[in-house]
Design a protein. Structure first.
Length: 401
C-alpha cells in the first residue's frame, strides 16, 4: 500500500513543482526519491537505479545527443544558415503549415527529447508571427508526435504491435485515421493564435538556401535511420554547418563551446534515473495489482492505468513494456482496437505529462511557463483521447468488458 501511495504522491509533487516552474531535474529527482523511500527497499532501489543510469547506453547516448543537438541548433543560428533556410521555406509554405512541418520532420528522429532539434528552426518564423513562448512550445511539441499513428519506424508502434501479436502493417492500419485527427486538432488550436496564414516572402537565395540549410539535418536523419547512434550522426551534421559556411576552426570551436546546454543534459540524466527508479521499485505493478484486487471494472482499468503509466513513465515505450504484458491476459480474445485503447491512454498521458522530455526541453528552450502551455496542450490531448476512444470502441463493436 505504501508503494502505491508513494507513486501517487510522487506524481502529485512533480506536477506541483513543475507548475511552479521549479527546475525539472530537481522536480524529477524529488519524485524519484519519494518513490524509492516508499518502496520495500529504498537503498537498494536508489543504488540499482543509480548504477543503471550511469551504465545504460541509452542514457549516455541521449545525454551526449542532447548536448550535440543544442550545439547543432546554435551553430545553425550563429552561422546564419538557419535564417537562410527559414526564409527559403517561408516562401514555399503557408505559415501554419511551415510551423507544423518542421517539428513533424524532426519527429522522424525517434529519440526522447528530439523536439529540441526543431525548436531553433521554428523560432524565427514564430517570432515573426508574434507567438508567445507558450504557443511556440505547443506547436513544437504537438506536431512532433504525429508519427505515433503512422510511422513504421516508430519504436512505440513496433513494440505495441509485437507485444500484442499483430503484424506492424495490421496495427498501423488501425491507427492511421488518428493521424488525421491529430493534425486537425493541431491546426484548429494553432489557428486560434496564428493569424498570418499566408505564404511569406522567401529569400533571394531560393532553393540553394533551402538545400544548404537542410543538408546537415538530412545527413543526421539518414545516418540515424541506418542505425548510426544519434550522437554520432550529429557530429558530421555539425561539421557540415561549418564547412558549408566556411567557418574557421577556431571560430567553430568557440561556437561549439557556446552552444552546449548543460541544463538540458542534466534534465536527460534525471529523466532516466526516474525511469529506472519506477521500474526497479515496481510501483506501477503494485498499483495495477491493487486495482484488480478491488474488483475495478476492466474498462476502468484500461482507461486509468495507461493514462497514469504514460504520465509517470516519461516515455510510452517504457509504459508499454510495463503494462501491456500485465493487461493483455485480462482481455481474453482481444482485437487490435482493444489494444488501441491501452495505446492511446499511454500516448495521451505521455504527451501532456510534465515529465515528457520533449515538453521539458522545449519548455526550457523557449523559457515558457508550463501552466500556460497546458492551456493549449491539455485540451488537445483530451480531444485526441476522446476521439480515439470513440473510434476504437466503435470499431471494436462496443466497450470491452
Amino acid at each position: 500500500m505504501l508503494a502505491i501511495l508513494g507513486v501517487l504522491a510522487a506524481f502529485a509533487v512533480i506536477v506541483t513543482l513543475r507548475l511552479r516552474n521549479v527546475d525539472f531535474s530537481l522536480s524529477i529527482l524529488t519524485g524519484a526519491l519519494i518513490i524509492a523511500l516508499t518502496s520495500s527497499d529504498p537503498v537498494g532501489v536508489l543504488v540499482e537505479a543509480g548504477q543503471k543510469t550511469l551504465t545504460d547506453f541509452d542514457t549516455v547516448n541521449l545525454t551526449v545527443a542532447v548536448v550535440l543537438i543544442s550545439v547543432l541548433g546554435y551553430s545553425l543560428k550563429e552561422t546564419g544558415t538557419m535564417t537562410e533556410l527559414i526564409e527559403g521555406l517561408r516562401g514555399i509554405l503557408p505559415a501554419q503549415v511551415f510551423l507544423a512541418a518542421i517539428p513533424a520532420m524532426f519527429g522522424l528522429l525517434t529519440i526522447p527529447g528530439g523536439a529540441l532539434m526543431s525548436a531553433p528552426f521554428n523560432e524565427p518564423e514564430a517570432d515573426r508571427l508574434g507567438l508567445s513562448p507558450e504557443q511556440k512550445t505547443y506547436i513544437n511539441v504537438w506536431f512532433r508526435h504525429l508519427w505515433y499513428w503512422a510511422s513504421p519506424l516508430s519504436p512505440v508502434l513496433i513494440l505495441a504491435a509485437s507485444l500484442a501479436g499483430f503484424t506492424l502493417t495490421e496495427y498501423l492500419r488501425a491507427q492511421l485515421p488518428l493521424l488525421a485527427v491529430t493534425l486537425a486538432i493541431g491546426f484548429v488550436v494553432g489557428g486560434t493564435f496564428i493569424r498570418d496564414g499566408g505564404v511569406g516572402r522567401g529569400s533571394t537565395g531560393g532553393l540553394g538556401s533551402v538545400v544548404r540549410g537542410l543538408t546537415p539535418l538530412v545527413t543526421a536523419i539518414i545516418l540515424t535511420l541506418v542505425g548510426v547512434p544519434v550522437w554520432l550522426a550529429l557530429v558530421p551534421a555539425i561539421a557540415l554547418v561549418f564547412l558549408l559556411k566556411g567557418v574557421q576552426p577556431r571560430e567553430a570551436v568557440e561556437i561549439t563551446k557556446a552552444g552546449v546546454r548543460w541544463d538540458l543534459a542534466a534534465a536527460a540524466v534525471s529523466m532516466f534515473f526516474f525511469r529506472f527508479v519506477v521500474a526497479t521499485s515496481s510501483s506501477v505493478v503494485a498499483l495495477f495489482d491493487a486495482a484488480t484486487s478491488l474488483g475495478v471494472p476492466l474498462f476502468a482499468i484500461l482507461v486509468v492505468i495507461p493514462l497514469l503509466a504514460g504520465s509517470i513513465s516519461g516515455t510510452p515505450t517504457m509504459g508499454l513494456g510495463m503494462i501491456l504484458p500485465l493487461l493483455l491476459p485480462l482481455l481474453g480474445d482481444y482485437g487490435v482496437y482493444v489494444v488501441g485503447i491501452i495505446y492511446v491512454g499511454l500516448i495521451a498521458g505521455y504527451i501532456a505529462s510534465p515529465m515528457h522530455l520533449c515538453l521539458v526541453l522545449t519548455n526550457s528552450y523557449y523559457k515558457s511557463e508550463l501552466r500556460k502551455v497546458y492551456r493549449y496542450l491539455v485540451p488537445s490531448a483530451v480531444a485526441l483521447y476522446v476521439s480515439a476512444m470513440a473510434y476504437y470502441i466503435f470499431m471494436n463493436g462496443g466497450i470491452p468488458c
